[in-house]
Design a protein around this ligand. Structure first.
Ligand SMILES: Cc1cc2nc3c(=O)[nH]c(=O)nc-3n(C[C@H](O)[C@H](O)[C@H](O)COP(=O)(O)OP(=O)(O)OC[C@H]3O[C@@H](n4cnc5c(N)ncnc54)[C@H](O)[C@@H]3O)c2cc1C
Length: 447
């Protein structure tokens, strides 16, 4: 549909920074910028609390909560997560990792959260810090003004009324809606990692005793992997991330039937769900890894999932979204207060945005490979390799923790072992090629 130019519309208000989206990225950036005295308007098309998938957080989130002033509020709703467990049908044991064994011993735990509660804490925090938060209001169009004069943002409230705001800077934190990237055709689907997820909440799932009760469990199975995330109120989030070819086999089955029959293929997970019952609708999302070909432009930044989305096997999404908001807020602050330093700040922002997808993707591409699975299921701490791996799993990839050397060694060990098992490696490579085919042709994830 062709819109009239926004310049012809009446302005409702003006601000320094307009933000599209009140998930972890947008709400974090709004709070930080408002705290520094910028006039911030944040639009979210939803009203909070609202459901969102992505409930397992990382230890690297914890210092960010402290800085935002929400640590106590998150603690009150969170289930303590001290580590992760991997269960493999190709190994005779399970493997547990504790974050306390990572290189930096100061971040031993994280939380599992209901995102409705967690995201509400963050968005209310933004309001408290004096950002203007407008819920039930969808940004529909933006127009960048000539001569770096800022941007006009047109939004529509639930009641149908329109609002047009002039901002000096725009942050796109619209998540997987990728508002700006869609407009700029800047979104690049990741052909190397096509998959889809089916998920729901259960009551009565079996938990581990004691401190491990809140740990995430990852179960590998023939067609991908499952997550098992215990939440504080007794519910458990369970999801399957599968290859596209598998979703094509759904046929006429309802999503719920398909999900139950998928779970039945993983005996150790079925065992933990023996007495459990479904307490939410089964939902699905398809074919979802991507990265944008730019992280910023004149007067705008892309934050969180609006810039990149990677497979959730390492629970990295919320941490990367919040981290991008911290760096993004510094960048916008510099651009607005001292435009002479803008170019340098934007370069630094861009470099930081690339760190997360790169660090996690190397593992994600290989996590279903037999060599990698062996290394996860039997980790050894030669030259602190296991500690470095745990630091990545904890999300400790942006600071000064010296993980680089041990990770290089880990990668060398991976390639060396792959070569030693040449036949198995080639077979796995062929299988992976087959698995990722047909990613765009399945409609099975959509219900
Ligand atoms: C199946 C699955 C499992 C996952 N598991 C995990 C996990 O265990 N741990 C983890 O850390 N991450 C996980 N993630 C990823 C995580 O959910 C995201 O990375 C995270 O939510 C990104 O935050 P964000 O703020 O960038 O976007 P979002 O949280 O998606 O927030 C975007 C917001 O923008 C709003 N919005 C969108 N368009 C507009 C518009 N035009 N106008 C106004 N508002 C708009 C939306 O309403 C939404 O509130 C998972 C993701 C998937 C798909």
């Amino acid at each position: 549909m062709k819109h009239p130019p926004l310049t012809s519309l009446g302005l409702s208000s003006a601000c320094d920074v307009a933000i599209i989206g009140g998930g972890p990225a947008g709400s974090t950036a709004a709070a930080l910028l408002a705290e520094r005295g910028h006039r911030v308007i944040l639009f979210d098309k939803a009203r909070h609390p609202r459901f969102h998938i992505g409930e397992s957080l990382l230890p690297a989130n914890m210092p960010l909560f402290e800085k935002l002033g929400v640590a106590d509020a998150v603690k009150a709703i969170g289930m303590e997560k001290w580590g992760a467990e991997f269960v493999s049908p190709w190994h005779d044991h399970t493997q547990s990792f504790e974050f306390a064994e990572a290189m930096d011993k100061s971040m031993p735990m994280a939380y599992q959260v209901r995102r409705a509660e967690f995201d509400e804490i963050l968005i209310r925090n933004a309001s408290r810090k004096n950002a203007r938060v407008v819920e039930g209001c969808q940004v529909q169009d933006v127009e960048f003004l000539p001569d770096n004069a800022g941007v006009l943002v047109q939004a529509r409230h639930d009641d149908g009324s329109a609002e047009t705001v002039r901002a000096r800077f725009l942050l796109d934190a619209s998540g997987r809606d990728t508002f700006l990237a869609n407009r700029f055709k800047a979104k690049r689907r990741n052909k190397k990692h096509a998959s889809a997820a089916i998920y729901a909440h259960f009551a009565g799932a079996e938990r581990h005793p004691g401190k491990a009760a809140g740990n995430i469990t990852i179960f590998w199975f023939d067609h991908g992997w499952f997550w098992f995330i215990p939440l504080a109120d007794g519910a458990t989030s369970v999801g399957a991330v599968t290859w596209p070819y598998y979703l094509k086999t759904r046929g006429e089955r309802s999503l719920e039937q398909f999900f139950n029959q998928t779970i039945a293929q993983c005996a150790p997970l079925s065992e933990r769900l023996r007495h459990a019952r479904l307490i939410s609708p089964v939902e699905a999302t398809g074919n979802y890894s991507y990265v944008c070909d730019r992280s910023h432009g004149n007067n705008y930044l892309l934050l969180g999932d609006a810039y990149a989305f990677i497979d959730p096997v390492f629970s990295s999404g919320v941490m990367l979204a919040m981290q991008s908001a911290f760096v993004g807020a510094d960048t916008v602050d510099t651009c607005l207060r001292d435009p002479r330093k803008a170019a340098k700040a934007l370069r630094k922002f861009d470099a930081t945005m690339r760190i997360g997808p790169k660090a996690f993707s190397w593992f994600i591409y290989r996590v279903t490979n037999p060599t990698m699975r062996d290394m996860f299921m039997g980790p050894r701490n030669i030259f602190r390799v296991k500690e470095a791996l745990l630091s990545v799993l904890a999300g400790d990839i942006f600071g000064t923790t010296p993980i680089r050397g041990p990770l290089l060694l880990f990668k060398a060990l991976y390639y060396g072992t792959s070569l030693l098992n040449f036949r198995r490696t080639v077979q796995a490579w062929k299988m992976r090629k087959h698995n990722i085919q047909g990613a765009d042709t399945t409609g099975a994830a959509a219900d």
